[in-house]
Design a protein around this ligand. Structure first.
Ligand SMILES: NC(=O)c1ccc[n+]([C@@H]2O[C@H](COP(=O)([O-])OP(=O)(O)OC[C@H]3O[C@@H](n4cnc5c(N)ncnc54)[C@H](OP(=O)(O)O)[C@@H]3O)[C@@H](O)[C@H]2O)c1
Length: 316
């Protein structure tokens, strides 16, 4: 990839988009473009199409989406379904019309069926019912994967879909109403420590198993995908290892330095019992995650402390 190629990173201020932007800059890409949602509302088809006509990017990386945890998904099913489809449809369709040669679509591991065998292989897509707590988001993401696959098939263009596992890192969302499990735990432990190591109450039983990827590792995978031609459309991106939510809680508790009790609220939903990616396809393509979970959590907590006054609060 030419270092002067015009690369549009959609969602460049988000956790994922900002990490991708930094990784591209670090690799010497000099012609990056981005717009925040106020400058360009990606739900608006006409605005997106005009933007592509003016800017004519060579590459598009789609890191823009309406994202959130179980609570946000169950409270706002329509927004999670419709806004995600609008954003990705406008980007994919405009990219095709503007002859964008490389498009990288980012989805999520929730596209796979709730009870699919573990670890999750790409071929399990659409083989069973989805996890109900985030099916709206998952259905939208599946249509994005299929749109890229259809373009590959029909037009022979290098449009690919990367499915990251649970991500965490700098610029994450720490709003307890809409955040994912890892940043939510980090904030709860931090606040409880500050008020004298009060007990921390966490959702569910603590027994589900989850996999976590540091966002800078994902950004590295995106740059790898940009610089290499993949044979297929769909690739999982993860570490290939998981741990229980209880183990995760203890790791974060130790990093934060909270010494109080942890209480588990089993009346709250656990979600899928286990969600581990099979990452062998990506490894065969030549990419592997590098950052250990302990290291990533430590770096995320350092970022959290540095940005306590200003970190992002996402509200719908
Ligand atoms: N976080 C995870 O654990 C995780 C895991 C797997 C996959 N992913 C995928 O990674 C991608 C990015 O997630 P993230 O965690 O970085 O989310 P994020 O921090 O919430 O960032 C989302 C970005 O999308 C932009 N956006 C949302 N609605 C928009 C609109 N209508 N018009 C223009 N821009 C809009 C936001 O722009 P503004 O800031 O300007 O509003 C923001 O930059 C998503 O596709 C998600 O599925 C995330």
């Amino acid at each position: 990839m030419n270092s002067n190629a015009k690369i549009y990173v959609a969602g460049h201020h988000g956790m994922v988009g900002s990490a991708i932007w930094s990784a591209l800059e670090a690799k010497g890409y000099t012609n990056l473009i981005g717009r925040n949602s106020k400058e360009l509302d990606l739900r608006n088809q006409l605005s997106v199409s005009d933007f592509f006509s003016q800017e004519k990017p060579a590459v598009v990386i789609d890191a823009a989406a309406r994202v959130g945890g179980i609570l946000a998904n169950s409270n706002y099913p329509f927004q999670f379904l419709m806004e995600n489809m609008q954003i990705q449809n406008n980007l994919i369709d405009s990219s095709l019309n503007a002859d964008v040669q490389k498009f990288i679509f980012l989805g999520s591991s929730c596209i796979y069926p709730k009870l699919a065998p573990q670890p999750l292989k790409e071929e399990y897509l659409l083989t069973g019912p989805l996890e109900p707590t985030n099916e709206w988001y998952a259905v939208a993401k599946i249509t994005g994967v299929k749109a890229c696959e259809a373009i590959r098939k029909q037009f022979g263009k290098d449009y690919i879909s990367l499915m990251p596992t649970n991500l965490y890192g700098p610029n994450d969302n720490f709003d307890l109403n809409t955040s994912h499990v890892l940043p939510a735990m980090m904030r709860k432990f931090h606040v409880a420590k500050e008020i004298g190591n009060e007990p921390v109450e966490l959702w569910g039983s603590g027994s589900p198993m989850r996999e976590f990827l540091f966002v800078e590792d994902l950004a590295d995978a995106v740059v790898f995908a940009l610089e290499n031609k993949f044979e297929d459309n769909l690739y999982n991106v993860g570490t290939g290892t998981d741990l229980t939510i209880k183990e995760l809680a203890m790791l974060i508790q130790k990093t934060v330095g909270h010494t109080g009790e942890i209480k588990w609220d089993s009346s709250k939903p656990d979600g899928t019992p286990r969600k581990l990616m099979d990452v062998s396809k990506m490894e065969q393509a030549g990419w592997k995650a590098k950052v250990e979970l302990e290291v990533g959590i430590q770096r995320t907590y350092e970022w959290f402390l540095e940005n306590l006054e200003s970190f992002k609060e996402v509200r719908i």
